[in-house]
Design a protein around this ligand. Structure first.
Ligand SMILES: [Fe+2]
Length: 189
């Protein structure tokens, strides 16, 4: 059986080329749109063993990262609302299994640094979600099922100073993995 990187190698290569093109955002969206249409490839992508993932968040499989682009497969475990955060770089997202629920927020300038600003369900038929660098969102898995999605960032994600927002106070803090996990909450049933 092929690994995730073996199955997705052509798309990783196309994302790398798109990221250094004249219009990276538009070019990566086009790559992800073609990925969404490639249903035969979705069917052969490996599904990680749930027992080996993180008990709250699930898995991230980083397929590539340099200063121009980061490509990650995000497997989101159902049952938890993950905390709001920003990216400080463009984020382009395509779901190929299940559906991600994205809650969006706007900045307020107050101690509660953000306020709710709508939601979007993102399944395989819902196109590419394109977030600007200042966007704030939070994700969860819809319908009690695992969600699997390709997340592409126009820059090196691990080198960016990002913010995360407390789930109850909505106060802003520097993002860390520890805070991210600690600030997940069980989804309302
Ligand atoms: Fe995000």
């Amino acid at each position: 059986m092929s690994t995730t990187i073996e199955v997705l190698e052509p798309y990783v290569e196309r994302c790398r080329a798109a990221a250094v093109s004249d219009d990276p955002r538009r070019a990566v969206i086009a790559v992800l749109e073609s990925f969404l249409a490639d249903r035969e490839r979705h069917a052969v992508l490996p599904i990680p063993d749930p027992g080996a993932g993180h008990p709250i968040t699930g898995y991230d499989e980083t397929l590539f990262e340099d200063d121009s682009v980061t490509v990650i497969v995000v497997h989101t475990r159902p049952g938890f609302d993950q905390p709001a955060h920003d990216h400080q770089i463009d984020a382009l997202i395509a779901t190929y299994a299940g559906a991600e629920i994205h809650r969006f927020f706007r900045r307020t300038g107050n101690d509660a640094a953000i306020a709710p600003a709508g939601t979007r369900r993102l399944g395989v038929d819902d196109g590419v979600l394109a977030l600007t660098p200042d966007a704030v969102h939070a994700i969860s898995a819809a319908d009690g099922a695992w969600t699997r999605a390709l997340h592409v960032y126009l820059g090196g994600l691990t080198n960016v100073r990002r913010s995360i927002f407390h789930p109850e106070t909505l106060a802003e803090q520097p993002l860390s993995l520890g805070r991210y996990v600690a600030w997940c909450r069980p989804s309302p049933s």
